[in-house]
Design a binder for this molecule. Structure first.
Ligand code: MF3
Ligand code: CO
Ligand code: CO
Length: 270
């Protein structure tokens, strides 16, 4: 259902806060020599410790997909999203690394899918060691695109306005906006209606933003080309032109007063 009930929103708020803190802790692990697998192990430990369940592990977008094998999506450099957290994915100085994490919470509460509660979803991209100024700019623009999208997610607007705001900010600067991947409703499942593209789409004017709606906003921005392709592992999605890609994501609840960012991290620069 599009609008969540009051007590569901409470769980989403509580789960989102915990997930934000988990992502903050994982961010501190990022440095040259660490593997995506190391970070993934810690991610699962932290989620279970707060009474949650990893939302991506075992996930299938389609019936015949291989189940997603890790707790985080670990995407490096030209990988946009859905990178698998393998042992041989070791971070090197000068890389950029995206961690995307989802949690179902609270496990065993008897509500939500399988009685394990409600879903939240959040991501960031961080430098590994020292990165060039141009790459820092890509990260800054992608983060700012997320904040601009959040600011447009107010009652009275439609979902189309979120995409328009992000596109109007990003496109004139010459970066690519990935079109094949979009934000989404979230809460009862990892992915729910509506789609929330990072560009304007007329059809989405039918989705009015009203209090009680929960959305995951997630601009995926590239240095250059907008086209992406899926790797032979069935999951990892990279830019076709191999240009660098950044990704920031928050879960937000729409209230009468505007959007509340439930996955906000302590100390996060806005
Ligand atoms: N976290 C992704 C999103 O933001 C979904 C990942 S599904 C997975 O929408 F199974 F690939 F992890
Ligand atoms: Co995500
Ligand atoms: Co998402």
């Amino acid at each position: 259902m599009y609008k969540k009930k009051q007590h569901e929103l409470k769980w989403i708020e509580e789960g989102g806060k915990k997930l934000g803190e988990i992502l903050r802790q994982l961010e501190t692990m990022v440095r040259p020599g660490v593997s995506a697998w190391d970070i993934d192990q810690e991610a699962e430990k932290l989620i279970r410790a707060v009474g949650g369940v990893p939302a991506f592990k075992g996930y299938k977008a389609h019936r015949y997909d291989p189940p997603f094998p890790s707790t985080i999506c670990a995407s490096r450099n030209e990988e946009v999203v859905h990178g698998i957290a393998t042992k041989d994915k070791i971070l090197h100085d000068g890389d950029i690394f995206s961690i995307d994490i989802g949690m179902q919470y609270p496990a065993g509460c008897g509500e939500g899918k399988d009685g394990n509660g409600y879903f939240t979803d959040t991501a960031l991209t961080v430098p590994v060691g020292t990165i060039p100024e141009t790459t820092k700019q890509l990260l800054a623009v992608t983060k700012k695109a997320l904040e601009i999208g959040i600011a447009a997610a107010v009652p009275g607007n439609t979902v189309a306005e979120i995409g328009r705001a992000i596109e109007d900010y990003v496109a004139p600067q010459g970066y690519g906006i990935v079109r094949d991947l979009v934000g989404h409703g979230v809460g009862h499942a990892v992915h729910e209606d509506p789609r929330v593209p990072n560009y304007y789409e007329k059809d989405l004017e039918q989705w009015e933003i009203v209090p009680g709606v929960v959305l995951a906003l997630e601009p995926m921005i590239t240095m250059k080309g907008e086209d992406v392709e899926t790797a032979a592992d069935g999951w990892s999605i990279s830019t076709v032109d191999k240009s660098l890609s950044a990704h920031f994501e928050h879960t937000i609840i729409i209230t009468e007063e505007g959007p509340v960012v439930v996955t906000r991290r302590v100390g996060e620069k806005v």
